[in-house]
Ligand binder design. Sequence first.
Ligand SMILES: [Zn+2]
Length: 167
Amino acid sequence: MPVAVRNLEDGPAVFSDLDNGIQLEWQGKGDGAGEDVQYVPDALMQNIAFTKAMRNGIFALVTEDEAIEAVAQQQVSQEAKRADAASSARATLSPEVDNDLIQVNCIGPSTRGTGTCGEPLTVRAKASGDAPHLCPRHKALVSQYALAEVNGTITWVRATVAPRESQ
Ligand SMILES: [Zn+2]
């Protein structure tokens, strides 16, 4: 049955028993996350170097109560780490980011014959570039618009009719 062993040193300790494929790591004595106590497999208790380290006061057996307390601390700390990771993941995926409503103007042709319609529209900032900004009256023209580079900016232009100002 594995026994719980505490690292009595101030810094982290690592013990490897390569013959038995064991590698354990302890944090320094009094670690806030309880990682200064680890369960040690039986095989390690037969390891001469390990028993020597225990005799030298580097490691000490702890009582079952102390072990339970340390494991509880480890669980609390792991839970907190998981909660941290989950909340930062949520922040990354936050739907609020870039989801502000912005006001744009309809780029459909003006009813007066020159320029654009200019009808104010409200769109999601994130989706703003996904489609040409067209008011309900001009929505039917959507297939006439394509993305093109104008003066170094990628913008929606009406493909079938050349803009009047460039003629
Ligand atoms: Zn319009």
